[in-house]
Ligand binder design. Sequence first.
Ligand SMILES: Cc1cc2nc3c(=O)[nH]c(=O)nc-3n(C[C@H](O)[C@H](O)[C@H](O)COP(=O)(O)OP(=O)(O)OC[C@H]3O[C@@H](n4cnc5c(N)ncnc54)[C@H](O)[C@@H]3O)c2cc1C
Length: 393
Amino acid sequence: MRVIVVGAGLAGLAIANGLKKNNIPYAIVDRETAPRDRNWAITLGWALPLFQKLLPEDLYNALNKCQPDTTLDARVAGEKGILVRDGMTGQQKNVSRFPAIRRLNIQKAKRHLSTGIDVKYGKRLVDITIGHGEDDSLVTAHFDDGTSETGTMIIGADGGASRVRRWLLGDLAQQEALPCDFMNFSFTLPADVAVQLDKEMNPTVDVGAHPSNMYFGIFLLDKPEMDKPETWIFYILATWRLDDKNERAPGRRLDELRCRMDGWFDLYKTVVENVPDDVDIKPDQLRIWKTKPWDNHQGRITLAGDAAHSMTFHRGQGGNLAIKDADEFVNSMVAVQRGEKLIQDAVDAYDKGALLRSEEVEISRQASMAFLDYENFDKNPVFKMGISPAMKF
Ligand SMILES: Cc1cc2nc3c(=O)[nH]c(=O)nc-3n(C[C@H](O)[C@H](O)[C@H](O)COP(=O)(O)OP(=O)(O)OC[C@H]3O[C@@H](n4cnc5c(N)ncnc54)[C@H](O)[C@@H]3O)c2cc1C
């Protein structure tokens, strides 16, 4: 058996680590040659025990190195939970707690998880062919540099705009854009403002909804030098409904955000006022993909993570589900390797599970839109479900 993992994000690297731990041959490729300029942090909660199963002990035990604040204890983080405020007053509306939470800076996590894994970078998947010479059971991934990898199966862990998904489903693989504007950008602050913010904000997630039907969150991304607050990197996530024409306002993005902060409580407003004028806010879009069943070609091609179910971040489930997929997939491959299951049966069962897990796409969409509907804010699935999984696992 040989598994070709396409994509070295959270899902792909969790899969590669799990396969390696179980002595299952694999190759892992990624189109990137340098880290993307986008970065954020994720909240891992319910998937942590699965992550522990997949990773070598030393990597799991050193996960704190990937945290925005390496000193934040997972139990303390769980106790502080996910804070949702009323954006006008700053008052707490809801806190979702969990026994243990780890915030992981996604770029640092990718570097950490690739320790000991031979990721072949600079390989963008462009095509897949089934059968290799006389052997019908094999499948080949072709890359834009003219090279290819052949194996028993391909797992597309290539993110929300997955090429593998497009190969499987054509136009049905197309993501849907949500009717809201979205900003995700990072910045540093003057030392005194950074210290004050660090003291006042919730250390994991600190977000709010405002009567102007807007969502805003402030998060820590990294503390490169603990004793130099001017180096601490924060980031903002903000969303609001687009007008009927779905048009973004012209002009500088930071100016638009500053205008929209009218009426927000002081802490959030002060942060936005102190964002450096020359900050780079790239165009962004919230996209989702409501999973449709795919033909796995006799168990030779499947999907994991955002490729299998891409969702919005407001309930913090995408990364947790990517790890759940990885665990389920590795379990399936172990059963095949041991001769307990045929590959077709194992992948059929895995696909069925991925399809069930994708109910979160709609739940997260509802959570995102509820943040932009202040009158009905209390119906937000985040209040009812916190950051627990939608399914009982
Ligand atoms: C702002 C934000 C906040 C979030 N917060 C949370 C949170 O709190 N909790 C949580 O659980 N989740 C959260 N998520 C979601 C989480 O980050 C994602 O679900 C998770 O990172 C998905 O991992 P992935 O490996 O499936 O995809 P990705 O991380 O997108 O990785 C895909 C990889 O595939 C590679 N690739 C793409 N196309 C090709 C190709 N053609 N050939 C080869 N390689 C290719 C890419 O370079 C990339 O490295 C958040 C997401 C965002 C954007």
